[in-house]
Write a protein that binds this ligand. Structure first.
Ligand SMILES: *Cc1c(COP(=O)(O)O)cnc(C)c1O
Length: 371
């Protein structure tokens, strides 16, 4: 038996009848963009998150970039981002013409450390982008307090955190704008690209709607220079079906996480993911750490267990940012994480025997006999 890292088709097979019917309805309707399915999904996802508004866009990356633009961020601005994140967080800032300024994460949760945010703020800083990395909420309250004190915005990168809770409230519940991705591998994934922003702020939502639609609210009247970034009706109708399963699927992810945590606790040299007291994670990823990561990954591969590394190169070390002012600055927490993290398979469709196989393979990789 091999255990793939992700079986992206499993969700479709579980819901095949419902999804086929929904997709067939859209295909037959002749309405493929900006129609009733998108409108209904926006209302349903806003309700799911506990936000007043949801604005869908073409991808998670666009959700971040257009939110930053809607906040008025552009050339000359600085935006505080985590030094350890998927590079899309940084690229969205760069796409507006602003400069991403890294701050180190808390070593335990791998999310932005509020204690280190303040030092990254300058008179040019206009926003902070905490990332709910791996589905574990960042510590939003102190980050939001810092932002208020400086009169700057908070935009949450919630691409990995559909359904996660911070102090009991769902991520995206509206106090700050939150950017979601519906990339197929995310907890709520489309059959292609998609994204959304949730917010309680009606004016901000209206600006986003302009920015995703050629700067236009009324046909052929263009208020601002903008782009085309839309979720389509086919994706929206499929997402509506999947959204109804999301709480159950997240519960299944949490059950796998519990099983790994019980079975792998106390293995010398293996660090398990921490859960902060404020957090109810969405368990997008189950990320362990080891100083011997590459050997462990090879041993798991030998046992038929596929793992991934999220992420092997911190953004400031990527060729894309070779000319960044911090390209040569040391960010020891981010650099240590990049060398040590390893994501085990997790998902709602992982069978119990696959979970058992992963546990056995990890225990085997750390047993003295194979070292
Ligand atoms: C997936 C992801 C994005 C980008 O989403 P896309 O839909 O792929 O554009 C942004 N930030 C984080 C943390 C992500 O995991």
């Amino acid at each position: 038996m091999t255990v793939p890292f992700l079986d992206a088709g499993a969700a479709y097979h579980e819901l095949r009848t419902e999804i086929d019917a929904a997709v067939g309805r859209v295909l037959g309707s002749g309405r493929y963009l900006a129609g009733p399915e998108v409108e209904a999904f926006e209302a349903e996802f806003a309700r799911f998150c506990g936000a007043a508004h949801c604005v869908t866009v073409g991808s998670g990356c666009d959700a971040l970039e257009l939110s930053l633009r809607a906040l008025g961020i552009g050339p000359g601005d600085e935006v505080v981002v985590p030094s350890h994140t998927f590079i899309a967080t940084w690229l969205a800032v760069s796409a507006t013409g602003a400069t991403p300024v890294p701050a180190e994460p808390d070593a335990a949760t791998a999310t932005l450390d509020p204690g280190r945010v303040e030092a990254a703020i300058t008179p040019r800083t206009s926003a902070i982008v905490p990332v709910h990395l791996y589905g574990h909420p960042a510590d939003l309250d102190p980050i939001t307090r810092i932002a208020r004190r400086h009169g700057i915005a908070v935009l949450e990168d919630a691409a990995q955190a559909h359904g996660a809770r911070y102090r009991g409230n769902r991520i995206g519940s509206g106090a700050n704008p939150a950017a979601f991705s519906f990339y197929p591998g995310k907890n709520l994934g489309a059959f292609g690209d998609g994204g959304a922003v949730t917010t309680d702020d009606a004016e901000f939502a209206a600006r986003l709607k302009l920015l995703r639609n050629y700067g236009s609210a009324t046909k052929y009247r263009h208020e601002v220079r903008a782009t085309n970034s839309r979720l389509d009706e086919l994706q929206a109708t499929a997402l509506r079906v999947k959204l109804r399963r999301l709480p159950a699927w997240n519960a299944r992810r949490a059950a796998v996480a519990r099983r790994y945590t019980e079975a792998l606790a106390g293995v010398p040299g293996l660090e398990l993911p921490a859960v902060a007291p404020w957090a109810e994670p969405a368990w997008h990823l189950f990320v362990v750490r080891s100083g011997d990561r590459d050997r462990v990954q090879a041993a798991l591969r030998e046992s038929g267990v596929e793992t991934l590394i999220h992420y092997p190169v911190p953004p400031h070390r990527s060729p894309a940012y070779a000319d960044h002012p911090h390209a040569r600055t040391r960010f020891p927490v981010a650099e240590a994480l990049a060398g040590e993290v390893l994501s085990l398979p997790i998902g709602p469709h992982l069978a119990p025997e696959q979970v058992r196989r992963v546990v056995e393979a990890v225990l085997g990789a750390f047993s003295p006999a194979v070292r």
